[in-house]
Each structure stands twice: as C-alpha cells, then as structure tokens.
Design a protein around this ligand. Structure first.
Ligand code: UTP
Length: 300
C-alpha cells in the first residue's frame, strides 16, 4: 500500500563509533563535538525542526549519554546563571531542551547505518520519515530538507539528496544512476552503487546525508544482508526500493543539492566548518576574521 501521510518524524542516527576523531571520541560522542560553541547534533535537530518536523528520534548507543543530557533541562546550571542575572545564558541552556520532542532508542551493536535506521521502525510505524546524518552539515541558509519533503508530498516513494562531486571522489560515497524528472532540481534514481571505483560509477551525483524514506524501507532493511564493510547499508535498501513498484512503497527520487554542505565526519572539513561559521557569526566575526587574515598573511 502506498503511504501518503505527511512527514512528522525525523530519525538521527548517532550510534557510530566515530573512529576518525579518536582520541577525542574515546569518551565524548562525535555528535557532541562543537561547531564554534554548539554541538554538531544540535544544528541537525534545529534543521529538522526548521523543516517542520517536531518528533525527533535519536538512535544512540553506549557512551552517548552526553547527547541525552544535552537535550534535557539542566536545572542547577540554569539556577546558577539566573542568580547571576545571565538571562541570555539561561535561554541558551534551555533552548536545546525545548526544541522538539526528542526520543531515544539504542542500537546495541553498530551494525551499520541501515541497521540504525531499522532500530527506528517501532517508533516511526507506518509513516514516511526523514533521516538526517549528523556528519553531513547543511548550511542553515541553504534549506534542503524542506524541498525533499515537498518532492515526497508530490511524487511519493523515497527521496535522497544528491550532490555533484569530482569523479575521483565518488568512491567515498553512494553513487546514483539518474534520469531526468519533472523539475530542474529533481531526478529519478534508477540505481545506487555504494562507494564505486571511478570507472564503475554510474554518474558523479552522490548521496549525502539527508533522506526521506517511505516506511517500506523497514521491510526491505529486514531482508538486506550485510554489505560493504560487513554493515547493513541504507544505500543497499534504497537501491532495492528504486527497483520496486510504487504501489508497494517503491520509487526513489533525488533532489540535486547545490548549496553549502560540509562533511564534518572528516577532520579537515570539520575545521573548515568551524572557521566558516565563526567568520559568519556577528558576535565574533570582526575579531576572528581580522586575526585570521593576519595569521594567513604571516604564514605567507
Ligand atoms: P559513519 O560512517 O561516519 O561512522 O556513520 P562513524 O562510526 O560515526 O564514524 P567513523 O567512520 O568511525 O569515524 C554515519 C552516521 O551513521 C551513524 C553515525 O553515528 C553517523 O551519524 N551510524 C553509523 C550509526 O548510527 N550506526 C552505525 O552502525 C553506523
């Protein structure tokens, strides 16, 4: 049965081990690393809320308790700030607890992104839902999810976000075979290949970390065997959905994203994100940009 319900829920997988950021991530979840002064995962939750999704499920695991504390009230801290008359501080501390209804489920063993999404099945039920990866940072000024939700409302099925990369980069991503669809920024996805060698890549449009999934994805994930790296891959399930009948929840479209995206799972891109966000922050840009200019001049 095709489902046409409005999307209300977002799933944010945050159970990965974060091995590329060791030793920082030995005791701190990767998702809590700050971009200037806000944890990366808060930007992701804010992005979902800005797109109209007010029910957020975070998929966490061992060692991720700091994430739960972050989206909870911190009474003692609020009281200390209030006693000092720091109302702006109180607002900042409270904001993350009041953003949305945040729920949690645990992925006991990190068996891959597809498996993390499958852990959300009970909470999501038979509704379409969004998936946002904390590693992919979409600039708040370039809304992508809203457009993906519009495409789902119009065309049904599932929707992935695609971005053009150099052919030498395709082996880092899931890569899409595409055909034109009605709108200039929308394509039909006919196939997906996880991390292909450049010569095997069907295009240079790669899947980035925003998805709108038909609930049919859960049935497909249950049947999807471990793929690359021994992990259950979301890309493999989407590939199956791309070949399935729309009457059974199949069909995948892609939104071609041309905005600013940072891969904060990668250390150099993480630093780029922080520098760019600091340069754009009205409260610190003047001081930081002039220091940066001088620093770069001195470097020669
Ligand atoms: P990554 O592939 O970046 O894995 O996952 P990772 O473990 O977080 O990081 P590295 O590669 O070891 O440094 C992409 C997203 O999927 C989540 C991660 O938390 C991240 O947000 N994920 C991945 C899970 O929730 N469960 C998994 O089993 C794998």
């Amino acid at each position: 049965m095709p489902t046409s319900a409005v999307v209300r829920k977002a799933v944010v997988p945050a159970a990965g081990l974060g091995t590329r950021f060791l030793p920082a991530t030995k005791a701190i979840p990767k998702e809590m690393l700050p971009v200037v002064d806000k944890p990366a995962i808060q930007y992701v939750v804010e992005e979902a809320v800005a797109a109209g999704l007010d029910d957020i499920l975070l998929v966490t695991g061992r060692g991720k308790r700091a994430i739960e504390d972050h989206f909870d009230r911190a009474r003692e801290l609020e009281e200390v700030l209030a006693a000092k008359g720091d109302t702006a501080g109180v607002d900042l501390v409270r904001r993350s607890a009041e953003l949305a209804a945040v729920h949690y489920t645990r992925q006991g063993i990190p068996k891959g992104l597809g498996h993390a999404v499958l852990c959300a099945a009970r909470h999501v039920g038979n509704e379409p839902f969004a998936v946002l990866l904390g590693d992919d940072f979409i600039h708040p000024g370039d809304p992508l999810l809203r457009r993906m939700l519009d495409v789902r409302a119009q065309l049904g099925g599932s929707v992935v976000a695609l971005m053009e990369v150099g052919i030498d980069q395709v082996s880092l991503y899931g890569c899409a075979a595409i055909e034109p669809a009605d709108a200039d920024d929308v394509v039909t996805v006919t196939d997906l290949v996880e991390k292909p060698a450049p010569r095997d890549a069907p295009s240079n449009q790669v899947v980035i970390g925003r998805y709108v999934c038909d609930p049919a994805v859960f049935g497909v994930l249950r049947r999807t065997p471990p793929g690359r790296g021994g992990e259950i891959q979301l890309t493999d399930a989407l590939k199956t959905l791309a070949g399935m009948d729309p009457a059974e929840g199949g069909g995948v479209h892609g939104v071609l994203f041309r905005g600013r995206r940072f891969d904060t799972g990668n250390r150099v891109d993480y630093l780029r994100t922080i520098v760019q966000f600091a340069c754009e922050r009205p409260d610190m840009a003047e001081e930081f940009v002039s220091w940066l200019r001088k620093y770069l001049d001195d470097l020669g």
